[in-house]
Each structure stands twice: as C-alpha cells, then as structure tokens.
Design a protein around this ligand. Structure first.
Ligand code: PEP
Length: 246
C-alpha cells in the first residue's frame, strides 16, 4: 500500500555532465518496482525531466519558497519547480534548517506551497547529536513532525524523511533499533493526528545510507525507503541501494 521510495539528493553538486549518471541509473532500472526520485540542483531540473523521457524516475527540487511568486531574489517557488518538470520537492533539510535558520513554521509554509502547486513535499527532520545524547530524540522529532507537517498533508502529497543530523554525511548511522524506534514513533504520531491516513505516509530514513548498509536499513519496520545524499551522486553507488529496496 505504500510504494517504496529511493530518493537521491545531489545537494550543490552536479553540472550538465552529471546527467550521464541519471542515464546509467535508468539503464540499470528500466522497469523499477520501487519509485526512484532524483533531486538535482535546480539548474538541472528541466534538463533531467526532459532527458528521462517516459521513464518513471521522478525529479524533485531541494527546497522551495513558501510564496507562489514575488520579490524574493534567488529563490524559486514550488510552481516554478512544477513548471520545470519536478513532481517532488524536499523541504526542511537539516542543511536548510541550519544554514538558513529555517524553523518548523517556515518548513510547514514551504510544504503548504508544495501541496498548492501539486508537488509531493518530502519533509525532512531529525535530532542533533547533542539532542540524542540528552535523551531528547523523540521530543525533538515529535515537535518537528507536529509543526513542520501542515494540516492538509496526506499520504499522497507528503513523505517524511527522518534524518538524524549527526548521521548526514558523516558515515555514522543509528542502530536498527534506534531507526525502528523513531519510525514507529512517527507512524503512531501521524496516525494519532491524521487517523487512518497516517498509515499511508511514506517514511524514509536518511543519513549515510550506502550499498553496504541499505539492506539492513530497509528491513526495519516502517522504513519505506531512503533519502540518500553522497551515495546518490554516482549510479554505481545509488543503483545497488535501489536494488536493495526492490
Ligand atoms: C542527506 O543529505 O539527505 C543525506 C542523507 O546525506 P548523506 O546520505 O550523504 O548522509
């Protein structure tokens, strides 16, 4: 009932030459049984969307503004991503929360804008190392979940990615028990708020997912896929992660 999702976040990496990595990924997964999403830098969205042709690979933005248009130099709206061929957009990535001081309220506004434009919002959240060590993980995740996921979110228009900040780009990963605890917590919190629809939200794990740990992570209950940074840049790394999810 929840289609598994392998999502790649290229961050501020990639030029037109990098589209050959998408070609290789498509070649390796001509009829994927899971959903594959690539979020390249905004400069590559339109090219990626047109070059993939009829292949079901989805293309997404990495952030959007909460407004539909206006005087926001350098920003891009959800509608503009949609116009360029995106069907998803990440919001609330920890690098946005840290580098641009985005609060849960700001993230919820971006998710609402994504929904209004017809995009699926991938809402990212997760605790810092200090918060985990202080035993605050579920408090932090609960607060971010309650306040970053807007009313109007459904299992169709929203994906939640649990990404512990200390696991992103560090090579560190939580134990399976730790990932399982947070995912079970998020599922029950979403069900308490959204009723039966809570069961339909896809929950991703993100943070140093690699071919070597993907199978173990994907076996954890309520993990419906992964949001992958570094290992999504090369098809040779991302393709085995997709295969592990299939
Ligand atoms: C990310 O940026 O969302 C991420 C999970 O990065 P990495 O896989 O490199 O840890």
């Amino acid at each position: 009932m929840r289609r598994r999702l392998a999502a790649g976040n290229w961050k501020m990496n990639g030029t037109a030459a990098s589209l050959s990595e998408m070609d290789a990924l498509i070649e390796a997964h001509l009829s994927p049984s899971v959903e594959i999403l690539l979020c390249p830098p905004a400069t590559l969205i339109a090219a990626m969307a047109s070059r993939k042709g009829q292949h079901p690979l989805a293309v997404g933005g990495q952030d959007c503004h909460a407004a539909a248009s206006g005087a926001h130099t350098g920003d891009l709206s959800a509608q503009q991503f949609k116009d360029a061929g995106a069907t998803f957009v990440l919001v609330g990535h920890s690098e946005r929360r840290t580098d641009h001081r985005e609060t849960d309220d700001v993230v919820a506004g971006k998710a609402r804008a994504a929904h209004a434009a017809g995009l699926v919002a991938v809402i990212c959240l997760g605790e810092t190392l200090a918060e985990r060590e202080a035993g605050q993980t579920l408090d932090v995740v609960g607060r971010q979940l309650d306040n970053s996921v807007p009313d109007g979110a459904t299992g169709l228009n929203t994906v939640v990615a649990y990404e512990p900040v200390w696991a992103i780009g560090t090579g560190l990963t939580p134990t399976s028990e730790q990932i399982g605890e947070v995912h079970e917590f998020m599922r029950s919190r979403l069900s308490a708020r959204f009723g039966a629809d809570g069961a339909y939200f896809r929950l991703l794990y993100g943070g140093s997912v690699k071919p070597s740990n993907a199978t173990e992570i994907f076996a954890i209950p309520d993990v419906d896929g992964a949001l992958v940074g570094g290992a999504s840049l090369k098809a040779a790394d991302f393709s085995p992660i997709v295969t592990a999810l299939e």
